[in-house]
Design a protein around this ligand. Structure first.
Ligand SMILES: Cc1ncc(COP(=O)(O)O)c(C=O)c1O
Length: 355
């Protein structure tokens, strides 16, 4: 039987919540009433063809690309699915980073890909090494998949490394899919999308994680026009036409993007400082620290993170994401950027649970 579910998504929807919820990966919800919009212009029904032009243009302008390269999708989730389903045939080799965001692996298995892994070693600061990528690809590799920023660690892969990975892909006729849903959480000198690095790059993203408007499900793929067209055609088999009020509100969100992004940044900056100070005081946990991103991947020096997190939730009403969802059961992921008071109290409770 093909895999037809995601254990991580199921856990996230049913078991991740607690009073002190550090199992998040996106920033605080941006309140609807703070979005400067004219409600009279909201409509229910719209253009049912391949993409709402003002939204295509807003996404294209955000990235400095041609609107023909933009495919609208329901969040980065559907963007990843559409991109992979368009590119992969059953039996194709797909090289995926380890540790990986679970649903990316789940999609590859669902599509009956032959999944291979390339390790991001913790001792190398979770960096992806092009030499390692080179040693893992074969002539049958069709796609290399990475996240940038990396989920769960928030580590940034620099453009020079992405270029090398692109060269490797080109040499074997493969493509590189870069999930960039967290990239705009690099607030200073935000890197441009990897899509600019060459025709072998396909990038996915959305407004869900860094902008606080997950409910709009505004996601997209950047791909060469011929591939983009195939993705739009394939989407006719999935969500077919988007929710039009969502498209209108997404266009409004793009108009006020710096407002949405700035608000979350203040919370993230405070939370990151708290996390750094907290980690310095702890002797039995450690994490690679980054200056950006919404998550941190913490290693528990001793014991099993599942047992620890179970106790943390039942006795301390605090949650974080078990590392087993990233195939690293002695780690757990902590999310920042929602509410600094809640985050501070969550850290205190982690400390008490560790004691
Ligand atoms: C790396 C990565 N890609 C995609 C998603 C899904 O994003 P969206 O909410 O835009 O569907 C997530 C959500 O946590 C993620 O971490």
């Amino acid at each position: 039987m093909r895999q037809k579910h995601s254990d991580y998504m199921h856990w996230s929807k049913t078991q991740s919540r607690a009073r002190f919820n550090l199992a998040t990966s996106g920033v605080a919800p941006f309140p609807f009433h703070d979005l400067p919009i004219d409600l009279k212009k909201l409509e229910i029904n719209g253009d049912d063809s391949y993409g709402y032009a003002p939204l295509q243009q807003a996404i294209a302008a955000h990235h400095g690309v041609d609107p023909d390269c933009v495919v609208e999708s329901a969040g980065t989730s559907m963007a990843n699915h559409l991109a992979m389903a368009t590119i992969i045939e059953p039996g194709d080799e797909v090289l995926i980073e380890h540790p990986a965001y679970g649903p990316i692996l789940d999609i590859a298995h669902y599509l009956e890909a032959n999944v291979q892994r390339v390790c991001r070693p913790e001792e190398n600061g979770w960096a992806i090494d092009p030499a390692e990528v080179r040693s893992c690809v074969t002539p049958k590799t069709r796609l290399i998949v990475i996240t940038n920023l990396h989920n769960p660690t928030s580590v940034l892969t620099p453009e020079s490394v992405l270029r090398e990975i692109g060269d490797i892909a080109r040499s074997i006729g493969a493509l590189v899919l870069v999930d960039e849903v967290y990239l705009d959480a690099v607030y200073e000198n935000t890197p441009r999308t990897s899509f600019h690095l060459g025709p072998e790059f396909v990038a996915t993203s959305s407004l869900t994680k860094v902008y606080g408007v997950s409910g709009l499900r505004c996601g997209w793929i950047l791909a060469q026009p011929d591939l983009a067209w195939k993705m739009r055609r394939l989407n006719d088999l999935y969500s077919a036409t988007p929710v039009h009020p969502g498209e209108l509100l997404s266009v409004a969100a793009f108009k006020h993007l710096s407002l949405l992004r700035g608000r979350a940044r203040r919370i993230l900056d405070s939370d990151r400082k708290l996390l750094r100070d907290f980690l310095k005081q702890q002797s039995n946990i450690s994490a690679v620290s980054t200056d950006w991103g919404t998550t941190s991947f913490v290693q528990l020096e001793e014991g099993n993170a599942d047992d620890f997190l179970e106790r943390l939730r039942t006795k301390f009403d605090t949650s974080a994401v078990p590392g087993r969802f990233f195939e690293m059961p002695d780690h757990f992921r902590v999310g920042m950027g929602v509410n600094t008071e809640m985050f501070a109290e969550g850290l205190k409770r982690i400390s008490r649970a560790l004691a």
